[in-house]
Design a protein around this ligand. Structure first.
Ligand SMILES: [Zn+2]
Length: 381
């Protein structure tokens, strides 16, 4: 029998809140936990408390001066723009160092369990993929993903495949491992020509030993589940099979969903479901250590709860009802969320009016063709 999936969570994670009107709302985590619990999914996992990472652990990747800057900005309330603190994206808040360290701690807790005997973990608070070595960026202070991968690789050399389907480019993770072929990063995102952080183009392919081990699939605004599934089949699956990673790490940001207020993609639950099922099966066949799934973006709290609970059910291979529980709908309403789909899955494909379907597909086909010509040869494909 397989070991239980590790699910780090504690209410203290809700203290990571920049300010009330900021899009990264703690309600995303609170509602996700609540819904997964109401669906009975948390009975199937091993929930562990999210601990605070030590300074030494954070220094595995982040510069000491930057860590000091996070501590002192939180104490003094004074902006420190050089370190990305106090900007519109990353406002300063009291005890921000503690909150950011607990986010790292949650993902490291999962990594430690994977190192022992667990083979799957889902860290809904994780996925702060924009944080850089010495700078906060895009709502991300410390990079829990980079730290978890570094932690595991330090314990025992292993090959890691990082798949990032957040609407934004996973720049922080890509940069950390740009020269390494022991971490293959694949990021599919809305093109940097139209969205933060403005990077993630095909030519960013890695350097030195890592050349060919950073893969970027930028897509046009309006890209849908069809595009997501095509990229899965044409790019992600062949690379997964040829790379034969020991560990799969996925950043499962859901800001690519059509309801999301920050990005302009149009994925639906169907596309996510196909991707998750395929990755689950590949990880179970190929990855000796297992699968570390983390959250990421997603700025419609009820939609995030709905999708991440669906994701958890897929990772666990458990069924969920068609409709959100009435009790959950009531609580979400009471919290002020009144407009959201009430099914666990989307019933129709939504076509966004940015580019036509044809333009989006043609651009995607061109991107995939170029990747196959330029990057696939590094992988014997
Ligand atoms: Zn995002």
């Amino acid at each position: 029998m397989r070991n239980k999936l590790i699910y780090p969570y504690s209410d203290e994670l809700l203290n990571y809140e920049f300010k009330q009107e900021h899009p990264l709302k703690p309600d995303r985590l609170k509602l996700t936990y609540l819904l997964s619990e109401q669906l009975g999914l948390l009975d199937k996992v091993k929930r562990i408390d999210a601990t605070i990472a030590s300074r030494e652990q954070i220094e595995m990747y982040h510069q000491a001066e930057f860590i000091d800057a996070v501590i002192s900005a939180g104490e003094s309330g004074t902006p420190d723009y050089r370190h990305g603190l106090g900007t519109a994206d990353n406002p300063i808040f009291p005890r921000m160092y503690d909150a950011a360290s607990r986010y790292v701690g949650a993902t490291l807790d999962a990594a430690r369990e994977l190192e022992k005997r667990a083979s799957r973990a889902f860290v809904i608070s994780g996925g702060l993929h924009h944080a850089h070595r010495s700078q906060a960026s895009g709502f991300c202070i410390f990079n829990d993903v980079v730290l978890a991968i570094m932690y595991l690789q330090k314990k025992k050399p292993c090959k890691v495949l990082y798949v990032d389907i957040d609407a934004h480019h996973g720049d922080g993770v890509q940069n950390a491992f740009y020269n390494s072929k022991d971490v293959l990063t694949i990021s599919m995102h809305q093109t940097g020509k139209t969205l933060f952080p403005g990077t993630g183009f095909i030519h960013e392919a890695g350097s030195g030993d890592g050349l060919g081990y950073s893969i970027n699939i930028p897509v046009l605004p309006g890209a849908s589940s069809t595009d997501l599934i095509e990229v899965l089949n044409e790019v992600i699956v062949p690379l997964f099979e040829s790379y034969q990673p020991d560990l799969l790490v996925t950043q499962l940001g859901v800001d690519g969903h059509y309801l999301d207020p920050l990005a302009q993609l149009a994925y639906s639950s169907h596309g996510f479901e196909v991707v998750l099922k395929k990755l689950r099966n590949l990880a179970s066949d190929i990855c000796k250590i297992g699968w570390l799934a983390v959250g990421g973006g997603g700025y419609h709290p009820v939609n995030v709860a709905r999708l991440w609970s669906l994701f958890l059910s897929i990772i666990l291979d458990e069924k969920v009802p068609q409709k959100l529980p009435d009790e959950f709908i009531q609580i979400a309403n009471d919290m002020g969320y009144t407009s959201f789909p009430e099914g666990m899955r989307d019933e129709t494909e939504i076509v966004q009016q940015y580019y036509s379907r044809e333009e989006v597909s043609l651009e995607r086909e061109r991107t995939v063709r170029r990747l196959k010509e330029t990057i696939f040869p590094y992988h014997g494909l």
